[in-house]
Design a protein around this ligand. Sequence first.
Ligand code: SAM
Length: 252
Amino acid sequence: MGIRELKKRLRFLAEGEDSLAGYAADGVRVVNKNTDFLNEPKFAAAWNFAEAGNKEAWAKRKRVPDVRWRAHTCCFAAARALKLEGDFVEFGVNAGLLSMTVCEYLNFGALDRKFWLFDTFRGIPEGEMTAKEAARAKQRNAGIYFDVYEIAKRNFSKFENAILVKGLLPDTLEGVPIEKIAYLSIDLNVARYEKECIDRVWDKIVPGAAIVLDDYAFIGCEEQNAMWNEFAAVHGQSILTLPTGQGLMIKQ
Ligand SMILES: C[S@@+](CC[C@H](N)C(=O)[O-])C[C@H]1O[C@@H](n2cnc3c(N)ncnc32)[C@H](O)[C@@H]1O
């Protein structure tokens, strides 16, 4: 090892860091960890596809957020679903950053499954919710969302078996022919809507299916965290808190 490399290593050690590249985005910073998954060709291509499709949808924020680690969690959960029976579902899609990554990663169009994508596609309905959630919904509606239905349609157009279901949840679950669910991503930002949805579909989720709770461990999402903890206790489930802010529940 040359003197320069040695100095570099010593500096990293002094800072408590290692020379591995790591990841710093989305409120997560890791050092001294192997993050090769970010550059794994299939994942990187899937992320690039989703990021490109989401540019207009994130115009108010000027850039698509780097949520690659969250997308990695979703790809992991979705890949497991291929060993189970059932469809894929997302509650809260917007223009599809997470689910586009999943679809491209799994080459979803070639699968004999359906991906049901539920959203108003025009932001969070400001209905009955706690004052804190209402304030957050208002802020997000003003700061991020607008009518992205046409963008979402375009984004999923190459996956004929990905179906956009537009309108207010949980009402839009009525009449949608979902019999079994093998993968579920929940990202509605409002505890009440998430509770109403999970209550409606819980019995359809097959044992072993992964349920990704996008907002579970974020500061500011305490209502969702409390609601999911209570739900897990009532149903004898456990939730893994991830540093990404997601919660991961594997139905037992
Ligand atoms: C954080 S965004 C979803 C982001 C998405 N998972 C992604 O990968 O980009 C939350 C979404 O939930 C939707 N939403 C919230 N409450 C809803 C409800 N009751 N019915 C339908 N859509 C709802 C909003 O329209 C918004 O697009």
